[in-house]
Every structure is written in C-alpha cells, then in structure tokens.
Design a binder for this molecule. Structure first.
Ligand code: SF4
Length: 414
C-alpha cells in the first residue's frame, strides 16, 4: 500500500539522478548494482504492462527458508552446509561477491555465487536529498519494470520503505503507482534485495549520520502487500530472523500497510508476527472512500476498521490509521469528528492516527490541504482523545511521491 508521502514511507526527493548509482557499487564487483539496463522493453501500461509482468525473476537463495536452502544446495550437488555459509555472506556480510567468500573453495565460489545470487535489481535511477539523509532508488527488475525504494536516515533510526509489487491494481486515483496498473508481484528475494542494498549504503555511512544500519522496514512503497501475501510474509520472516537466516531486524520495527484487504488483515493477525499494521483509510465514510480507495466497495469502512481492531486484539500491536489530507476532499472537520467517533466506538488504546500531507501527482486534480486546515483536523482528533501524529515529510521542495519515478519513466518510454 503506497502512501503519498510520509517521513517513513515515500518522501519527496530531488536533485540529480545519475551521479549516485556508482556509489552502490564502489566496494566489490558483485555488490555493484549494474546500472546498464537490459534489453527489456520499458513502459508500463496496456500490453506493455502485461509484457513486463510476464517475466519471472530467477530463483535466489533469499527466496527460500533455511531448510529449503540446504535442500537446494544438495540438489545442486553441493554439501548442504554451504547453504549456511552462503546465507551468512548474504544476510550478515551483505555481500554476493564471490571474492569475499574465502571460506568456500576457490574453485566453487564464482559458480556458486552466480547460481544462488543471480542479480535481481539494477539501478535505473538514484536520487538523494535532505543533505544525503534520504535516498530514493528506481530499480529495474526482471522483465524491465521499475520499482522504487526509499531510505531515510534519522539520528535515532534508519527507515527503509520497500515496494512489494511493480505497479498496483488497486487503482487509487490520487496515487502515481495506481496509475500504472499491476505489472507483477515481486519475489521475496526481490523485496529482500531492496533491504540488503539499502543496508550496504547505511553501513557505509552514506546517509550523513556515520555508519548505520537499517532499523525499520515499512511496506509502503509500490503495491498492496496483501495481494502479494506469501512473498511479503516470506520476506518479513527473513528480515526479522537473526543471521544467518535473515537480517536480524526486530519484527516490531516492520510495518505492513494495506488499503484494507480484510482477509489479508485477518491472515496477518494469525501469523504470530508482532509487526505493525498500517491501514490506509483516507476517509471515514463509504461515499468518499469508495472513490479514493476503490477496493472500499468490496471492503467498506466498517469492515476494515473491525478487522483493524481484531488485529490489535490478536497481536497487542496498536494499529496505525494513515490519512492523506487532500484539499477540500477529505480534510473537513466533520470528517475528523466522524473518524474519531468510528475509532472510539471500537474501544480505546488500540489505534493512533497518522495524517500526512498529500504529495500531489503532477497533472492530478488532487492536491495538498492548507496547513491551517490540517491543524484543525488534527486538533479535532486529539480533542476526541485519539492519539494523532502528523508525519514529518522530507524534501517537500521537490518531486517524488512513491510511484512517481516509475510513472514518469513509463510516460517517457511507454
Ligand atoms: S493504488 Fe496501490 S500503491 Fe497506490 S495508494 Fe492505492 S493501494 Fe497503495
């Protein structure tokens, strides 16, 4: 579920694009993300979109759970314990470079690394802003579609916003990604590669806060996580598993967002994973939400709020309600009161609201609310006892809601 922009989701980005790509590849040959694009067609609409979505990524070690990795290595004719060595290089050392794998027989390294770590993401574009503390990438995936991730460094945390699909089929009209339509879901390894490559950048100290590590991962980039459920959950498990099984982040620092796919919300509640659920509501009434988030016609406001409340009951994790303010559309005080009433009706202490300003898509009729209107809306929620945190935005001077790079590229090349 893409948010238009939040501090931890999809901030605006800016400045030039091509200069930074080589930095990713500055340490080792295999960690270098190839910048040359393949011969795959560009564009992401109509038949071009379905062409892009037809190609599947090659199998990668990170697609598999721990036990399956050993079985795969055995199938390839290698000793099963090689799986643990390779996992350590990937998840702990963050490398796929055979030259760094000195615990493997020299004769095996290159062949093994090429087999289990096929390149999945190529840098098509990189933008940095906020004095280097925010990095946004447009990646090229197998088949040629573009997906985005955003890395944000703060003194106390480093947050990565990942994509789980190329494009999105949910068709929210204010969203650049929605305009692309669904191209295809990402594999677990394609999601995990976003984390690994961001972790490399953080570890090298490129965010201007010294050597750091990604502490938080939010599934708020391109795509609706509940539609690519299995790959999202597999990647969540690997992000949270301690090395060498995974990257070793706290599951509590992982946020899975949704536009309100009720069966997916209930399924997530039963996974035994203490991840945070973010529900992108954007309107408290069906009349408006039917328009802003078309899946609402299938899962209306009352049903998604009930599911969010069940999520809290099952996990003890407070649910985030995401609310993108859109000028004169959803920012009226009466809607703040209605939202507060709907949340209060379901109990206290289970939810908080994160309103954010809309980062408008160029050419769209949807635009950002006025600051004093936003302040009044937030004040009404707080006066009703609803914890409310207005999200800080970054780089608000320049373009870049999530999906805009891919959408712009689609327009250029489609
Ligand atoms: S179209 Fe998809 S990515 Fe965009 S806001 Fe809707 S659910 Fe999120």
């Amino acid at each position: 579920m893409m948010l238009p922009h939040t501090a931890d989701a999809a901030p605006h980005l800016g400045n030039s694009t091509a200069d930074a790509a080589p930095r990713l590849g500055s340490s080792t040959a295999a960690d270098a993300v190839p910048t040359a694009l393949g011969a795959s067609p560009h564009g992401a609409s109509g038949s071009a979109s379905s062409e892009l979505g037809r190609v599947r990524p090659p199998r990668h070690l990170a697609d598999l759970g721990e036990g399956d990795r050993a079985a795969w290595l055995a199938d390839l004719g290698h000793r099963p314990f090689r799986a643990r060595q390779l996992s350590h290089h990937y998840f702990a050392n963050l490398t796929t470079d055979p030259a760094a794998m000195t615990d493997l027989p020299a004769a095996l390294r290159a062949e093994l690394a090429a087999t289990v770590f096929p390149p999945l993401l190529r840098v098509a574009e990189e933008r940095r802003t906020d004095r280097g503390a925010t990095v946004k990438w447009l990646w090229r995936i197998a088949g040629g579609a573009g997906v985005e991730s955003v890395l944000m460094g703060y003194p106390e945390r480093v947050t990565l916003c990942v994509s789980c699909q190329a494009g999105c089929g949910m068709a929210c009209p204010f969203c650049a990604t929605g305009g692309l339509g669904l191209i295809r879901g990402l594999s677990a390894a394609e999601i995990l590669e976003q984390v690994r490559l961001a972790q490399v950048v953080a570890r090298r100290g490129e965010l201007g806060i010294g050597p750091a590590r990604v502490t938080n991962v939010v599934f708020m980039g391109m795509g609706e996580p509940m539609v690519n459920y299995q790959c999202v959950i597999a990647s969540v498990r690997a992000i949270a598993a301690p090395p060498p099984a995974g990257f070793g982040l706290s599951a509590r620092n992982i946020t899975v967002s949704t536009c309100g796919i009720v069966p997916g919300m209930d399924r997530l509640a039963g996974e035994g994973l203490p991840v945070r659920l973010a529900l992108s509501l954007h309107a408290p009434d069906d009349a408006l939400r039917d328009e802003l988030v078309p899946i609402n016609r299938r899962y209306p406001v009352a049903d998604v709020l009930d599911a969010a409340r069940r999520y809290y009951s099952a996990t003890g994790r407070r649910v985030s309600i995401e609310y993108a303010w859109i000028r004169d559309i959803n920012d009226q005080e009466w809607r703040a009161d209605l939202l507060a009433a709907e949340l209060r009706r379901r109990g206290a202490g289970w939810v908080h609201v994160n309103p954010i300003g809309l980062n408008p898509v160029p050419g769209s009729k949807w635009t950002a609310s006025r600051p004093h209107v936003e302040d009044r809306f937030a004040a009404r929620l707080r006066a009703s006892g609803i914890p409310t945190t207005i999200r800080e935005t970054r780089g608000a001077d320049i373009d870049g809601a999530c999906g805009q790079l891919a959408a712009a590229e689609s327009r250029d090349h489609g």
